[in-house]
Design a protein around this ligand. Structure first.
Ligand code: CP3
Length: 378
């Protein structure tokens, strides 16, 4: 069922210099990138680091730029998307950029009436609960999201050799917003629907998988070098329910971009009991939150997958000495995995001092630079 990653992509000829804006690597191709190397379980020059939600509310330059512009409108302005995506890259020196957008953008693009309400999150005007609502969910086409692909193309030049991560919401996470009508703690209506009407549920998730898969394909074709699937709310499910109602659809999204040769990251929150199933869903990298140490997580995920994570975002609010110790712990535990991309266990909190994020990037680079001991995992 799950699409295993194929053989490694052909490695491009070694380049003597970091590609400049004129010679950005082709989509999906390798470069001197530590991020891509770690995702592919090759030997990176140092442990790469980026932050989920690195673009956004922790940055004063972001808040200034966004003044008076609603979230979804900002996502539809390519120049603004390019600038907001670049802000944390310039400031922190991270090893990858993540496209500034939102998981609900492709849903809005196929005509669903929704908005992102500040301080609340996505709110859907007419929740999806009946078969006619599901039947109205049409596939996404390239014409629906030209503002996204224009931004991705623009970013290739701006970023030079730094990889851009494209992303999509996983079917369960998207379904939760559509069925509940907004953010939810317990996902009660969503869980009721999956049990009451399994056929309708699988129709809904199948459609969302098609939309998410196409959204990722379009981003990669426009120049994204990796993708992340946000199965953010999957951790609310038992392992049995995840396997039955959710994982096959996430696996379908990952399979939809398997032929493009770019690393695929699969992330969720509270997934300690789901890591084995996530390891089987087909991604190259499994993102782990802060609840499971990475040396344990790699045993649960299984061999052949790199890990991403997993500093508790709240730790960024602690005194520096405590942060330093926690970062070193994550790096030590991450050595047990066949590849490690340093990240937080979930998104940057709005109150995080951006200066602390910059220091974390410096620390990760400093601690891990230099020749790594030979590892049988290669
Ligand atoms: O830096 C990045 O990670 C890039 C962009 C990004 C955003 N949303 C921008 C955003 C990404 C990758 C997302 C994904 C996303 N959106 C997820 C999956 C990630 C996760 O947290 O697990 C989810 C669940 C959403 C839905 C969503 N959008 C929520 C819950 C919220 C927060 C609402 C609030 O104001 O508290 C949003 C809004 C949103 N998406 C913001 C940003 C920068 C904040 C909007 C603002 O600044 O006004």
């Amino acid at each position: 069922m799950s699409a295993r990653p194929g053989p490694p992509e052909p490695v491009p000829p070694p380049s003597t210099s970091v590609p400049g804006p004129e010679s950005a690597p082709e989509p999906g191709q390798g470069s001197a990138s530590a991020f891509l190397a770690a995702c592919r379980r090759e030997q990176p020059t140092h442990t790469p680091v980026w932050f989920m939600r690195q673009a956004g509310r922790s940055l004063p330059e972001y808040r200034r730029l966004r003044e008076g512009v609603p979230m979804l409108e900002s996502c539809a302005r390519p120049e603004m998307v390019v600038e907001i995506t670049m802000q944390p890259v310039r400031r922190h020196g991270v090893d990858a950029a993540i496209l500034y957008s939102d998981i609900v953008v492709p849903l809005k693009a196929i005509g669903i009436d929704l908005d992102i309400v500040p301080g609340t999150g996505p709110v859907v005007a007419a929740p999806v609960r009946r078969s006619a609502d599901v039947a109205a969910l049409r596939p996404l086409t390239a014409d629906d999201v030209t503002y996204v692909t224009d931004a991705v193309s623009g970013l290739r030049g701006e970023l030079g050799g730094i990889p851009l991560i494209g992303f999509a919401g996983a079917p369960f996470t998207l379904a939760s917003y559509l069925v509940e009508g907004g953010p939810s703690r317990d996902h009660v209506r969503t869980k009721a629907l999956m049990r009451a009407e399994p056929e309708l549920w699988h129709d809904l998730l199948g459609r969302l998988a098609t939309i998410a898969g196409e959204f990722l394909r379009l981003q990669v074709q426009a120049g994204a070098s990796a993708v992340q699937l946000f199965d953010s709310w999957a951790g609310t499910l038992s392992a049995a329910d995840y396997a039955r109602y959710c994982q096959p659809h996430s696996a379908a999204v990952l399979a939809a971009v398997a032929d493009l040769g770019v690393p695929r990251i699969h992330f969720g929150v509270g997934t300690g009991e789901l890591l084995a199933a996530m390891g089987e869903a087909g991604a190259d990298v499994v993102g782990v939150d802060w609840r499971v140490p990475l040396d344990q997580a790699t045993l649960r995920v299984g061999p052949g997958r790199a890990l991403q994570g997993n500093l508790d975002p709240a730790v960024t609010m602690a005194p520096w000495d405590a942060i330093d110790e926690a970062v070193r712990d994550v790096l030590r535990q991450g050595k047990a995995a066949p590849g490690h991309v340093f990240n937080l266990g979930h998104g940057v909190l709005p109150g995080t001092d951006p200066g602390v994020l910059t220091r974390i990037v410096e620390l990760v680079h400093e601690v891990t630079a230099g020749p790594l001991p030979a590892s049988p995992a290669g």
